[in-house]
Design a protein around this ligand. Structure first.
Ligand code: ADP
Ligand code: F6P
Length: 319
């Protein structure tokens, strides 16, 4: 392929820039021209293209966000929107596309594949909810961000002898809450994959209190229930001073961790290599320490499962 493009789409994630850098530099290594598409599928429809060179991705490996910007683009979900994007790509003689984003981005990529465009997907989302890969770009960084925040909240929770409910992102999945909860030593972890049981949260709090513990950290994924209501019920049923801390969008920003930079570099480079080999409709994943690929269609047919053994472990370790 002599001219390919790269875009970032959906929710941004720390490490997307490192992935863009790897895509651009590997494409140039293979003597291909590389075009950056601004604002995801929205820019693809409007022809917002810019030629990238080695210097255009200098000094970005350590930056959060995405230099290409990102967007949610409902128009791309229509056949007319996608046809317009294909037209813009043909006019610009773009032969292949690398799409960095979450499952929505992958659905869009699959639709483009059906229209004859070669697309490779790179999983970039803090949610880690993409099947066929153990980790997505941004997940390691968000865990570190959450743990850092919990460390700080723990100080005030101890001083004031309070219960803290910490709401983290994860509309449909509990990956962030589970791993951050395990790493931060939370007493209870509430995730969408497990039915909400306030009485067991109260039991945990009381068990802690009976051994002299005066504070509690409860990790709550945003997709479980209304966090204000959960906090109200826990306060009422425990009779303890209870506060809610919603971490919000700080979870999406920040400098990517070493793990995410390495993952993004490997995935970005492998995506270009696959395109150059004539592959299409694939996503890049990692299993253990090995970079692999899978059909996007297979990934979208599955739902990634949380690690139930880790969920049980967190329960055992919080006694
Ligand atoms: P993420 O990629 O982080 O999951 P979204 O779900 O918002 O984020 O998806 C990003 C974009 O992908 C959407 O704004 C839309 O342009 C495109 N997209 C999502 N689902 C589809 C679909 N079923 N068909 C075509 N495009 C889609
Ligand atoms: O990036 C994924 C995610 O952070 C989800 O966990 C969250 O629910 C959602 O994006 C919110 O993002 P936005 O407000 O940009 O739609």
């Amino acid at each position: 392929m002599k001219r390919i493009a790269v875009l970032t789409s959906g929710g941004d994630a720390p490490g997307m820039n490192a992935a863009i850098r790897a895509v651009v530099r590997t494409a140039i290594y293979y003597d291909s021209e590389i075009i950056g598409v601004k604002r995801g599928y929205s820019g693809l429809m409007k022809g917002e293209f810019m030629k990238m060179d080695l210097g255009s991705v200098a000094d970005i490996i350590h930056r959060g966000g995405t230099i290409l910007q990102t967007a949610r683009c409902p128009e791309f979900k229509t056949a007319e929107g996608r046809e317009q994007a294909v037209l813009r790509m043909k006019e610009a003689r773009i032969e292949g596309l690398i799409a960095i984003g979450g499952d929505g981005t992958f659905r869009g990529a699959l639709e483009l594949d059906k229209l004859g465009i070669s697309v490779i997907g790179i999983p970039g989302t803090i949610d880690n909810d993409i099947p066929c890969t153990e980790k997505t770009i941004g997940f390691d960084t968000v865990l570190n961000t959450v743990i850092d925040s919990v460390n700080k909240i723990r100080d005030t929770a101890t001083s004031h002898e309070r219960i803290f409910i910490i709401e983290v992102m994860g509309r449909n999945s509990g990956f962030i809450a589970l791993d951050a909860g395990l790493a931060a030593g939370a007493e209870s972890i509430l995730i969408p994959e497990i039915p909400l049981d306030i009485s067991s949260v109260i039991k945990n709090i009381e068990r802690g209190r009976s051994r002299g513990k005066r504070h509690s950290i409860i990790m709550l994924a945003e997709g479980v229930a209304d966090s204000v209501e959960v906090t109200r019920r826990i306060k009422q049923e425990s009779g303890m001073d209870t506060r809610l801390s919603i971490l919000g969008y700080i979870q999406r920003g920040g400098t990517p961790s070493a793990q995410d930079r390495i993952l993004a570099s490997r995935m970005g480079s492998e995506a270009v290599r696959l395109l150059m080999q004539g592959e299409r409709g694939k996503m890049i994943g990692i299993e253990g320490d090995t970079i692999k690929s899978a059909d996007i269609v297979c990934a979208l047919e599955q739902k990634k499962s949380i690690n139930f053994a880790d969920y049980r472990l967190a329960g055992i370790l919080s006694i």
